[in-house]
Design a binder for this molecule. Structure first.
Ligand SMILES: [Zn+2]
Ligand SMILES: [Zn+2]
Length: 335
């Protein structure tokens, strides 16, 4: 099915291509930036037939060829950004750049012999999710392998360095929490920020517990937001929705959102001890049961907040044993 094509020529001369996604997010932004020797392409999208059709149409509309793409940059390893990079690399011959940590994470998820789905499934079982939902999540995860194939050959970008993009020098900022290894790109003269999914307008970036990755993803995310708030930004180029100007205001909203969410969850635990799955349903409702993709994000995000409540001494966790799932208990504030 051919979707309606959305490309926007931005005021700075970049092309914003809204690459379709088969999720509630609807599209991922790809930015096509003119260079002396062709174009830099930021975040090609997810490998689906619809995404490839959209790219073919976008290139034709703007009189471009695949081989005009001279470089591909991936802000972070999530499949909606990284998935099509190997395909575009094959069509264009362009190098793909991302951080070393991001690439290692992509290989852990989708490389040969990946145990990631099994690890995530046992984490969710431990935290009270019914087996049939866990199995549906496992199948959904496996379905992503083809949406990130072929995988690209990657060259690495180092946070802390600078990189010329579109004739300007950009600072590379380590921006973990939403995705470990995620990068933001800051241009100090223009005060532009390419922020991937770390700061999004209208959408709260997902913060997930991931087996064998950061044990305190929410604290990491909030610390990264505090750091990003120190940059003067006039225009931010996000991975979803449209470029926006109130970068620091949006950061403060996201920080407050997570603060409120932690308070709400501590209140729910004070009413009764809960497993992470019970908490997930209390927060997001049972409707997610029919959507394994969204349920996975909701469950991993619930865990990120519960881990944070424990880390802050506002809850305790009683691990699963052969009879019961793991349960979280509130700790009443001392008076
Ligand atoms: Zn992402
Ligand atoms: Zn995304």
């Amino acid at each position: 099915m051919m979707q309606e094509l959305h490309t926007t020529k931005l005021a700075n001369g970049w092309l914003q291509v809204k690459v379709p996604l088969p999720f509630s997010l609807k599209w991922v932004n790809s930015y096509v930036i003119p260079e002396e020797n062709g174009y830099t392409l930021i975040d090609p999208g997810l490998r689906t037939d619809e995404a490839i059709e959209a790219w073919e149409a976008a290139l034709a509309l703007h009189q471009l060829k695949w081989t005009d793409i001279a470089r591909i940059i991936v802000t972070h390893q999530h499949p909606d950004h990284y998935g099509l990079s190997g395909y575009v690399q094959e069509k264009s011959g362009a190098p793909v750049y991302m951080s070393r940590a991001s690439h290692a994470y992509a290989l852990r998820l989708w490389g040969e012999g990946s145990r990631f789905a099994e690890q995530l499934k046992s984490l969710f079982v431990e935290h009270g999710m019914p087996q049939e939902l866990v199995d549906a999540i496992g199948e959904n995860l496996t379905s992503f392998v083809q949406m990130v194939s072929p995988q690209p050959k990657v060259a690495y970008l180092e946070a802390g360095g600078t990189l010329a993009i579109g004739g300007l020098d950009w600072q590379l900022i380590d921006a973990p929490g939403h995705a470990s290894g995620g990068l933001c790109f800051y241009q100090p003269e223009r005060r532009w920020m390419i922020c991937g999914d770390q700061v999004l307008p209208h959408i709260t970036p997902n913060v997930s517990v991931v087996p064998d990755e950061d044990e305190r993803p929410l604290a990491t995310f909030l610390a990264s937001l505090e750091e990003l708030a120190g940059y003067e930004v006039e225009l931010a180029f996000p991975g979803h929705r449209d470029p926006f100007d109130d970068f620091s205001g949006r950061i403060q909203e996201l920080i407050s959102h997570h603060g409120r969410r932690l308070v709400r969850m501590a209140e729910l635990l004070a009413e009764e001890p809960r497993t992470a799955f019970d908490m997930c349903e209390a927060l997001f409702g049972g409707r997610l049961r029919s959507n394994p993709h969204n349920l996975r994000f909701a469950m991993a995000e619930t865990l990120a907040h519960l881990y944070e409540l424990v880390r802050q001494g506002r809850a305790i966790y009683s691990p699963a044993n052969s009879c019961t799932s793991g349960v979280y208990y509130a700790i009443s504030p001392t008076r």
